[in-house]
Design a protein around this ligand. Structure first.
Ligand SMILES: *Cc1c(COP(=O)(O)O)cnc(C)c1O
Length: 250
């Protein structure tokens, strides 16, 4: 087996193990292989190893890689492209054109611009963009996302995230798919786990408030903390280094 194949099997086993520990079905967890900074050759290698969900965090990188991979593997490769990075408003068009799922919606302005483009490019309503709202639960200043640091006690914060969710669900071309969060850097496992748990509880509360038929998905967990995220209900884990090794840049 190649190094990548070995690492992939390790990550799959870890997911399975922690899902079972939590009495969850491993099939309910999507592994998003984060290929940011890696060349298209790496994506092709990952595809050959069996990976189908890829995550990018720069609009220009996604807009370059996706057409290349599609030209190489054909239109029926089964690949799903996840955009996981914070989006600037001038980059909304490439994401509306090239992303299958968006993990990091943090502002209404971005939602409106995406929706506008999704109508313009013909994706709405047949092929909408499932979208996660990014929430800041940990309170770390460096974290983007809607301020939900004290959502359990703050009616203002609850109103804000509820309105945001309502608006996104109603916008043409977007569907409200779930919540995404980032754990604090270098925190104790118990602290990280609490952030994931509070995100899950917020998602449960929000789904109920909005009268949603299905539970909201949860995008949480990266190389250093995805087992904890699975224990707290993650449906999408975004894993880069555990699969591909250390990145050279950003
Ligand atoms: C880079 C990145 C990841 C993957 O991080 P690893 O530590 O390499 O697993 C996950 N989510 C986001 C938003 C990222 O930017």
């Amino acid at each position: 087996m190649t190094t990548l194949e070995t690492r992939y099997q390790d990550v799959l086993q870890t997911i399975q193990h922690h899902a079972q520990q939590a009495n969850r079905n491993p099939d309910d967890i999507t592994l998003v292989a984060v290929t940011k900074t890696w060349p298209v050759e790496t994506i092709l290698e990952a595809y050959a190893a069996g990976m189908r969900h890829f995550g990018e965090n720069r609009a220009d990188e996604l807009a370059e890689k996706r057409p290349y991979i599609e030209a190489t593997l054909g239109p029926n490769s089964g690949i799903v492209w996840h955009f996981i990075g914070t989006l600037q408003s001038r980059q909304t068009n490439p994401i509306a054109d090239h992303a299958d799922i968006f993990h990091a919606l943090d502002r209404l302005k971005i939602a409106h611009r995406l929706s506008h483009r999704l109508v313009e490019n013909g994706r709405a309503p047949t092929r909408p963009l499932p979208t996660f709202l990014e929430v800041n639960i940990s309170g770390e200043m460096s974290k983007s996302g809607v301020n939900c640091v004290d959502w359990e006690n703050s009616a203002t914060q609850r109103t804000e995230i509820r309105k945001f969710g309502e608006t996104v669900a109603a916008l043409p071309g977007l569907t409200l798919h779930g919540l995404m969060t980032m754990a604090p850097w270098e925190a104790e496992p118990t602290v990280i786990r609490t952030v994931f748990r509070r995100t899950r509880l917020l998602a449960e509360w929000l789904a109920e408030e909005l009268g949603m038929e299905r539970p909201l998905a949860l995008s949480m967990g990266m190389t250093d903390d995805y087992p904890l995220a699975i224990a707290e209900g993650a449906t999408h884990v975004r894993v880069g280094r555990a699969l591909f090794g250390e990145r050279q840049t950003h």
